[in-house]
Design a protein around this ligand. Sequence first.
Ligand code: PAF
Length: 215
Amino acid sequence: MLVTRTLEELREALASLESSKGKDGGLVPTMGALHEGHGALMRVARLSKAWVAATIFVNPLQFNRPDDLARYPRREEEDFRLLQEHGVDLVFAPSPEVVFPQDWVAPDLDLNGLDLPWEGAFRPGHFKGVATVVSRLLDLIPCANLYMGLKDYQQCLVVERLLHLRKAMLGLPGPAMVQVPTVRDADGLALSSRNLLLTPDQLARAKGIARTGPG
Ligand code: PAF
């Protein structure tokens, strides 16, 4: 597995992958703290594409609270192990300065209001931040398929809109989005990196909601 952190390393690794395996690649964007939900994305990608790239980047633009960004789980060594086990060819694990250098200009993305209701109402700016980073990652890692988990359904809608905008703006076919079903634990709770942040009591309540619904 090629591990890259800078744009130069990424460009070199992509060139070497494309020369050995062609252009038929898949991208699995993540914020790390990987679990079997990510594993499902990687498995589907592995089965359908000549090469698979994954990104590990805790994107500051999608956090509306600094304390939430600071405590987001980070465990890169375990993540690299899981990526390797799933046969990922390339990982891009950059710092924020690499993804958003000073002279970088954010694209003006009209998300058609999809970013505003539901989760968007509680996390202002969150989905704009997601769309911005996914757009940036697609600029850096051109691919045929983009793999997203249905657990984050609103995110899938926003990224679908982003792909439509990119197609219209760039006149390029762009990647196809592949939506992968939610993976749950034995109690029915959807796997999520944020489950690591729950206290035992909160975890029990989350499993209760998964069993019975919010009521
Ligand atoms: O779902 C996530 O982990 C993130 O929102 C994503 C798509 C990697 C963008 O930072």
